[in-house]
Design a binder for this molecule. Structure first.
Ligand code: SF4
Length: 472
């Protein structure tokens, strides 16, 4: 792929492949959830939440709807497959709504929540029929003051979302939708058991826009079986034709030891490492040619989008829900497996639907929580700076934490020097900058240096498979 050589020369390729096979955290949260404390004690979260609500701070609500019509074979989400033709499907929906009502009853106090964001994810939120979804919405709205400027978003599967769903979402005031696209190639779609031809997605996007659902995100995955450089370039061009505002371009987390359904993938159909790297580079190039800005590890946004603007003006933030432009709001998670977070606390709900319904009838269905220490907050800040801005400024660090960067990370300075020798980062007196593009794509390796839960050499050794996913 000669046209990609200006993004990555041969030496950079060699460096990239030295690390691409390592398993390292994605740092969706810091610390990664495998370090949170397993516990069914709901009191710490109740106390934390009551204190936050009392301040009247704006909050974000995440609602996890766990049901899906059919299994996609790449899936890494918490879901329960139930065909809506199944005669029990209405009973599942009813038990789910009852569980959410019970969860809200455990969580809501005399103070109503001031909500600035609501996001519905899954699973497949529109697995719920429109009138059931409206009941879910009403249950939540009964307990909150929703800001008129709130961002109200939802993940949509174009295969199961009907016109009636879209009209309902418009009427309820939804203003951002995320579409699971993954890939437009029919061979890839059949390998991953998710059939949604380009024409179907195009007419779905047209319909969303005609209803005024104009802020559209696409989720794509690379590294899927049967993907080739050629098929990927065609998918990417089609994506640009539909012109989403934001694109998440994720590397497949291939972990068949955890996600057993991935064992249906033929090893011979998984693209080799060289092709996968070229797919990422190609996406970078094609999206940039279409005026998208590369953000973080795997996100692109139109140059006019507020994410791109805040990356440039230094106001971009990152939370476990992704990149955000305003303040990082405390999140209250509802539903099986939902994660909640405040400035220094994580809480996770029971993930298994049946257990969640049983536990939530009695109390908040806690399975894990974690209170961040002052050192955790410092490590998280550094990791998030790298993800948002691809650099770490020691002056900013010292102004924020009133500590010497070099003293605090004295045990990691040797690793930074090694990363500089490898040409992954540039070091000057006061700044650590990821080198384009090799450093950008190896961001997880650099972030691992700032993770106090990892040993000083783990950034170049990696973790056992199943604990973290491959870097590239
Ligand atoms: S629709 Fe999403 S959550 Fe459901 S099986 Fe497919 S990838 Fe997983």
């Amino acid at each position: 792929m000669n046209h990609l050589s200006n993004l990555f020369n041969e030496n950079e390729r060699k460096t990239y492949f030295q690390f691409a096979k390592l398993n390292l955290p994605r740092h969706t949260s810091y610390p990664s959830s495998n370090h949170w404390t397993k516990s069914s004690d709901s009191i710490p979260w109740k106390r934390e939440m009551a204190a936050i609500v009392k301040t009247g701070r704006p909050l974000s609500v995440y609602v996890h709807v766990p049901f899906c019509e059919k299994l996609c074979h790449y899936c890494g989400c918490n879901k329960l497959i139930i065909s809506r033709n199944n005669e029990d499907s209405d009973a599942f929906a009813k038990r789910y709504l009852q569980g959410i009502e019970q969860e809200l009853a455990h969580l809501t106090s005399v103070d109503r929540w001031n909500v600035q964001q609501i996001h519905f994810g899954g699973g497949t939120p529109t697995w719920l029929k429109p009138h059931i979804f409206t009941r879910l919405w009403d249950l939540i709205l009964k307990n909150v003051n929703l800001s008129p400027s709130a961002e109200v978003s939802i993940e949509l599967d174009p295969r199961v979302t009907t016109t009636a769903h879209l009209q309902t979402l418009r009427d309820l005031g939804f203003n951002r939708i995320s579409l699971g696209v993954q890939d437009f190639d029919s061979n890839v779609q059949s390998a991953i058991e998710r059939i949604q031809p380009f024409e179907m997605v195009k007419s779905f996007v047209d319909e969303c826009r005609s209803l005024g659902l104009n802020n559209i995100n696409f989720d794509l995955i690379y590294g899927l079986p049967r993907q080739t450089r050629h098929s990927m370039s065609q998918t990417l061009e089609k994506v640009c034709q539909l012109s989403p505002d934001r694109i998440a371009f994720y590397r497949l987390a291939l972990m068949p030891e955890v996600f057993k359904w991935q064992r249906t993938f033929q090893q011979s159909e998984i693209p080799d490492d060289d092709s996968v790297l070229d797919m990422m580079l190609m996406a970078t190039k094609i999206f940039q040619n279409h005026n998208y800005q590369f953000i973080g590890l795997d996100h692109f946004a139109k140059a006019t989008d507020e994410l791109s603007r805040s990356m440039l003006d230094g106001t971009l933030k990152r939370s476990f829900q992704g990149m955000t432009t305003g303040d990082v709001l405390p999140v209250i998670g509802l539903g099986p497996s939902a994660i909640s977070s405040t400035d220094n606390f994580f809480h996770q709900n029971e993930p298994v639907f049946q257990s969640w319904t049983r536990k939530v009838a009695e109390d908040i269905p806690t399975v894990k929580h974690y209170k961040l220490s002052d050192d955790d907050l410092i490590c998280r800040w550094c990791i998030n700076q790298l993800y948002c801005y691809r650099k770490l400024d020691k002056d900013l660090f010292e102004a924020t934490f009133h500590k010497s960067f070099d003293s605090f990370f004295s045990h990691r300075l040797a690793a930074l020097t090694e990363l500089e020798t490898l040409n992954i980062i540039l070091l000057n007196q006061r700044q650590i900058t990821l080198k384009p593009y090799v450093g950008w794509l190896l961001l997880r390796v650099v972030a691992a240096v700032f993770d106090k839960f990892l040993g000083p050499e783990d950034w170049k050794i990696g973790l056992p498979s199943g604990v973290a996913s491959r870097v590239g």
